[in-house]
Design a protein around this ligand. Structure first.
Ligand code: NAD
Ligand code: TDX
Length: 331
């Protein structure tokens, strides 16, 4: 099988490519990635010739059309992905997440190619801290940020192309990922690399916001499960019951790195900051039989701390610029 992975030089896409090469030797992988600030070709370097990397834009109609004719399956990870950036400059989010998805949908429609759409639980908005409920596939869309609204819009495009044009597509909405190759702008790698650089971790607001953490390898086994066994046109939520408030995550990083539990700073909150996300993944587990490989967040986080400790050459080049940008917003 030939698979085209968009955004395969980014965090989740690169992990997906590594997993695919290791566990599916009959699959031929091509990556389409614009190599923005978030795309890092060295994440794919260990795979050598096993992967073909095409540098290009998912909104480039001609390039996308050609690549789609040469594949059996498109897995669409490429996106502008960071909420904080979307508050500073939303335009790249509209262009890549909406126009880029539209461009891919038109190509798979023309050529009858199977498509899997990667999305986020943020399309559902947020939950109260004491709400006993969790997001399900039936929760109404209610996105808060420029990032999550463009992801919500891209999901709706996919659903419309399924209904109106009969494209063969599935969708997944996953909770917060952590693991190797995640850009240091994101919460967990930022705090790990802060500690490794002698900087105190930075918590927005009071650190009470809750995220539902899943190891990136578990996200990707779920994606393959949906591609293999999911029903066309269906949406599946992906989550591993990993709810935790941000302060507890920072305390765990401090414990894993041998620092005092209170060695962090409270900084300016994110405007419009979603309070809590939580995923009910019953449909994926009961209908498709998926279970996570990393049931313990503490073990997964310990492995991630080790990865950043032993891969300083992968993240050092980005660290100073990221911290300078956060300093401008008092974060
Ligand atoms: P990332 O920012 O690490 O990677 C995005 C990749 O897309 C980069 O390699 C970048 O170069 C590439 N890209 C950006 N614009 C492009 C364009 N116009 N054309 C081609 N390539 C382009 O993001 P990530 O965290 O790996 O997220 C991947 C996908 O998973 C996104 O769709 C995101 O919405 C979704 N998602 C992420 C999380 C999470 O916790 N990180 C959770 C749920 C869903
Ligand atoms: O320095 C920080 N301090 C802090 O307290 C940073 C960078 C973040 N935070 C908080 C904000 C959030 O409550 O940590 C939480 C996680 O922040 P991010 O890593 O920016 O993730 P989030 O905004 O939750 O979105 C992530 O999960 C869903 C991904 O970036 C999205 O791409 C995905 O869709």
């Amino acid at each position: 099988m030939r698979v085209l992975v968009t955004g395969g030089a980014g965090f989740i896409g690169a992990n997906f490519v590594h997993q695919t090469v290791a566990e599916r030797p009959d699959t031929q992988v091509t990556v389409l990635d614009a190599l923005t600030y978030a795309g890092n070709p060295t994440s794919l370097a260990p795979l050598g010739d096993a992967v073909t990397l095409v540098q290009g834009d998912v909104a480039d109609t001609g390039l996308v059309d050609r690549l789609v004719t040469e594949t059996d399956l498109v897995v669409h990870f490429a996106a502008e992905s960071h909420n904080d950036n979307s508050l500073e400059d939303p335009f790249p989010f509209v262009r890549t997440n909406l126009v880029g998805t539209f461009t891919l949908l038109e190509a798979v429609r023309r050529h009858g190619v199977r498509y899997h759409h990667i999305s986020t639980d943020e399309v559902y908005g947020d939950l109260e801290l004491d709400d006993p409920g969790r997001f399900t596939e039936d929760t109404p869309y209610n996105p808060s940020s420029p990032y999550s609204s463009t992801k919500a819009g891209s999901d709706l495009l996919v659903r419309a192309w399924v209904r109106s044009f009969g494209i063969q597509a599935t969708l997944s909405n996953c909770s917060n990922n952590y693991g190797p190759y995640q850009h240091v702008e994101k919460f967990i790698p930022r705090q790990i690399t802060n500690v490794l650089s002698g900087i105190r971790p930075k918590l927005y607001g009071q650190g009470h916001n809750v995220r539902d953490w899943i190891h990136v390898e578990d996200h990707n086994t779920a994606v393959w499960t949906i591609i293999d066994k999911g029903r066309p046109g269906e949406t599946y939520l992906i989550g591993a019951d990993g709810e935790m408030d941000n302060r507890s995550v920072v305390e765990m990083i401090l414990e894993l790195t041998g620092r005092p539990a209170d060695a962090y700073d409270l900084v300016a909150d994110r405007p419009g900051h979603d309070l809590r996300y939580a995923i009910d993944s019953t449909k994926l587990r009961t209908e498709l039989g998926w279970t996570p490989r990393y049931p313990s967040f503490h073990d997964g986080l310990a492995a991630t701390v080790d990865w950043y400790r032993t891969h300083q050459d992968w993240w050092q080049a980005d660290k100073a610029a990221v911290e300078a940008r956060y300093a401008r917003t008092g974060q």
